[in-house]
Design a protein around this ligand. Structure first.
Ligand code: PLP
Length: 372
């Protein structure tokens, strides 16, 4: 009996960094500086360098990062923010928490990224920002949005939770004049902490300062409360983990890319029924997820599960069909994606042998449909 193949393998990643983490934890425990401090400052500096931006401001989680980035560019109560429906709920939650209104738009059926013309068509007088979500590990075409929004005053806040290390036309999220991006270090992301953590990325000194101020009770020094802020900061213990993982992230992303390439090859002869992931030209993809589209998705998922393969669905319900964000509108591409998408196991420690087992199991699960 061969062992289960998980969607992500956090234990294998931990094994690589265990010693470094223990040593770092000991250091933090000795100082009892648990929030902020030198480990956090060092991580912020290192991640900014890695991410090609001037500023990385650590916060408590990715949802807070989106919220604080939106507030920093001036989104407030009553404003409208354009959000693609094919994303994790957090993107829209961050908008709603400010008292702003998420206005949904469809995604591209193949890349599953925001439909830029649809986003531009949704602009109204109340629109204050658009959130392109860099889904599955590749960047949305931000430059097309920028071009379309020129002169409108509508800001772009990038949701970069799934794309640590990805670039588009050599640009990184949050880089460039006025740009700002939010990322998440939830354990399952390409760069994951051992609990919740996130960051806001920007080249803009003023935006970085505002995010840091908002995230620390509205002030940069103790008992200064210049803005109505929140408590959203990065913990020192999480920074230890993130620093250890960041040192390995370039290599881990190479391993992910190689695994994605191997899936492409293994699945080449079932493309009559399986739609393989589409990489937008100009993108350096980091394969947070390897998502295919298949017929009878739920039956295929169950068949894989029965063979010990941990596939996933990102995401089964587009936001406009959730209880929280229900609308009358329909978005046919997102609905098609939600019904057919399937994420195969992918992580830096996945072996070729495991990938061959996944591909073989998928082939068996699909054989019924091919003969129809
Ligand atoms: C994970 C994720 C978030 C939220 O991050 P948390 O750290 O879980 O709050 C936001 N957007 C997207 C697209 C995500 O995948």
């Amino acid at each position: 009996m061969s062992s289960r193949i998980p969607l992500v393998d956090l234990a294998a990643a931990h094994e690589e960094i265990a010693e470094e983490v223990r040593a770092g934890f000991d250091e933090v425990l000795a100082t009892t500086g648990f929030v902020g401090g030198p480990q956090v400052a060092a991580f912020e500096h290192e991640y900014a360098a890695f991410g090609g931006v001037r500023h990385c401001v650590g916060v408590a989680n990715g949802t807070d990062a989106v919220e604080l980035a939106l507030r920093a560019v001036g989104v407030g109560a009553g404003d409208e923010v354009i959000v693609p429906v094919n994303t994790f709920a957090a993107t829209a939650e961050a908008v709603a928490r400010i008292g702003a209104r998420p206005v949904f738009v469809d995604c591209d059926r193949h890349t599953c990224l925001i439909d830029v013309p649809a986003a531009l068509a949704a602009i109204r007088p109340a629109t204050r920002a658009v959130i392109p979500v860099h889904l599955y590990g590749q960047l949305a075409p931000v430059e097309e949005l920028q071009e379309g929004l020129a002169g409108t005053g509508v800001r772009i806040v990038e949701d970069a939770a799934q794309c640590q290390g990805a670039t588009r036309k050599d640009r990184t999220p949050g880089s460039g004049p006025g740009a700002i991006a939010a990322t998440s270090f939830y354990p399952g992301k390409n760069l994951g902490a051992y609990g919740d953590a996130g960051a806001v990325l920007t080249d803009d000194d003023e935006l970085a300062r505002t995010v840091r101020t908002l995230g620390s009770h509205g002030g940069l020094t103790k008992y200064a409360h210049d803005l109505v802020g929140v408590n959203s900061r990065l913990d020192a213990l999480q920074a230890v983990v993130l620093r250890a993982k960041l040192r390995r992230l370039p290599r881990w992303n190479v391993a992910r890319r190689s695994a994605a390439g191997y899936y492409d090859k293994l699945l080449a002869d079932v493309t009559d029924v399986v739609t393989l992931p589409t990489v937008l030209p100009g993108n350096e993809h980091v394969w947070h997820l390897y998502t295919v589209q298949v017929p009878a998705r739920d039956a295929v998922l169950a068949a894989l599960e029965a063979e010990g393969i941990g596939a996933g669905i990102h995401y089964p319900v587009p936001l406009h069909r959730t209880g929280a964000f229900a609308t009358e509108a329909s978005f046919s591409n997102a609905e098609h994606v939600a019904a057919h998408t399937l994420s195969l196991p992918l992580h830096p420690h996945l072996t070729r042998d495991q990938q061959e087992r996944v591909a073989a199991a998928l082939g068996r699960a699909l054989s019924a449909h091919r003969s129809l």
